[in-house]
Design a protein around this ligand. Structure first.
Ligand code: AMP
Length: 278
């Protein structure tokens, strides 16, 4: 496994080995877990070369405290990636990707970015798209792999490749969960065992909705809010029932597997998101 900390070295290396080979790209912010490793596996299965980036992108954090406490476990990440047969890691400093004072670009993703993460984390998607576009232009992968855990992000990345007219296929991977149902997340490292127990309520509620879809959107939304709000350790930020492709609020179910319920909560000050497609 080759590890690069500058884009110049990475580009040089790719120019020597990437000819006629397909490149799979997995962008991450590190503190890797099984969810990330599932993306690496998918890339290995689909491409000749797998590149993983580890970069905590400052422009996508609207809350400086969230950025400051984001976990950083680089040595462990590198050993996990090696075991997972990742070929190349790119783990740059901020100065390799941003000039001093550089801000996120302003994109227009329309309705895709107005609700949920777009509403509650102002500037988040501009920051995310800025760094993803930079990575795409440096690496020029054949396929990029994203998790359904960040469902709205996934739809925005698909829109981004169309907008910037770059020929990269986007493949998504289902959410990997802990035994309790809690979605794996780097932020779970900041939770105590009892926090995790409380947080596992989210998936139980989402699963209830999937299994009781016939109760209808409005009734299930009220149910979800009531159950989550009744746990004093969980602070609900939003729950939205949306159309999967447009990320717009629905009043009634659309076609099977074209609807999603997306949730964001805080548990002991740690922000967690989850969703289910139904
Ligand atoms: P992050 O490091 O949190 O920015 O995530 C990097 C990539 O891993 C994104 O495409 C995420 O959607 C994906 N990811 C994070 N957690 C999971 C999970 N539990 N299951 C599947 N993919 C995930």
């Amino acid at each position: 496994m080759q590890v690069f900390t500058t884009k110049t070295d990475l580009i040089d290396y790719l120019s020597t080995i990437a000819k006629e080979r397909t490149i799979g790209f997995v962008p991450t912010m590190g503190a890797l877990h099984q969810g990330h490793l599932r993306l690496i596996e998918e890339s290995n299965n689909n491409c000749d070369i797998t590149i993983c980036s580890i970069f905590i992108n400052p422009t996508q954090f609207n809350n400086p405290k969230d950025l400051a406490k984001y976990p950083n476990t680089l040595d462990k990440d590198l050993s996990l990636l090696k075991k997972a047969n990742c070929n190349i890691v790119y783990s740059p400093q901020v100065s390799d990707l941003y000039i001093v004072g550089e801000k996120a670009k302003n994109y227009n993703f329309g309705d895709l970015a107005t609700l949920m993460e777009g509403k509650h984390r102002p500037g988040h998607f501009n920051g995310m798209a800025t760094i993803v576009e930079k990575f795409f232009r440096i690496i020029n992968p054949t396929i990029a792999f994203f998790g359904q855990k960040d469902l709205q992000q996934l739809q925005i990345v698909k829109a981004l490749v169309k907008q910037i007219k770059i020929a990269i296929e986007i493949i998504s991977v289902p959410i990997i969960r802990e035994k309790s149902g809690l979605a794996k997340s780097s932020r779970n490292k900041l939770l105590s065992p009892s926090d995790k127990e409380h947080a596992s309520l989210i998936y139980k509620c989402l699963l209830y909705c999937k299994n009781n879809k016939s109760e209808g959107v409005n009734k299930l939304k009220k149910y979800l809010c009531k159950i989550i709000n009744s746990n004093k350790n969980i602070e609900l930020e939003y729950v939205e029932f949306v159309n999967l492709n447009k990320m717009k609020i629905i009043e009634d179910w659309g076609e099977e597997n074209k609807n999603a319920i997306c949730v964001a909560v805080y548990v002991s000050g740690v922000r967690l998101i989850d969703n289910i497609i139904l």
